[in-house]
Design a protein around this ligand. Structure first.
Ligand SMILES: [Zn+2]
Length: 188
């Protein structure tokens, strides 16, 4: 089993935006989707702390999950660009969020999710949709932005006080931009 909470706190992003980052390099010739098989999604949900690997995750649910993910991404882009989000995306997010039957419990080690419904994977995705309602609806403190990394266009929540954050992650896009800047300086 994978360890939870391995992302550093300063990089911690809302669940719904972590979900959109399962596609990277979106505006390049070679975007990468890491959710290609039902087992990829099961692993992501477990990794995100949404219970263990859920049973009964099939191709159909993977397809629906990817649709939800892209709706969240487009809606977040709209918020970042101060545009109105498309009704179809808003409806899809709301429909998923309305099916949320999950809840959290305290256990010896902290907090854990419980999914009492017939499909834990569906319930876990409903939690992600509910998180999108909170995040994109402005209930979270921060500003939704689009990463300035070349071709990345990941959406992230800038929670810094000065709102100066430009990259989705300092360990990837931020680091690359720093190296590029150094190369430019070195060439002069
Ligand atoms: Zn980025």
């Amino acid at each position: 089993m994978r360890e939870r909470g391995r992302r550093s706190d300063t990089e911690a992003q809302p669940l719904c935006l972590q979900f959109t980052k399962t596609v990277t390099a979106r505006e390049t010739a070679t975007p990468r989707d890491s959710l290609l098989r039902p087992s990829d999604l099961a692993e992501w949900l477990a990794d995100a702390g949404l219970g263990g690997r859920p049973p009964g995750l099939d191709e159909e649910l993977l397809r629906e999950a990817r649709e939800l993910r892209e709706s969240i991404y487009r809606a977040a882009r709209a918020v970042a660009d101060a545009q109105e989000m498309a009704e179809a995306d808003r409806d899809r997010i709301n429909d998923w969020a309305a099916r949320n039957d999950a809840f959290r419990v305290l256990d010896g080690a902290g907090v854990n999710w419980r999914f009492p419904g017939s499909s834990p994977a569906r319930s876990a995705l409903a939690v992600v949709a509910g998180d999108a309602v909170d995040t994109l609806g402005g209930l979270r403190v921060g500003t939704i932005k689009v990463c300035a990394g070349t071709g990345c266009v990941a959406v992230f929540l800038d929670t810094t006080r000065g709102k100066f954050r430009r990259w989705c992650s300092m360990s990837t896009c931020g680091n690359r931009a720093k190296k590029d800047a150094m190369r430019v300086r070195g060439a002069q």
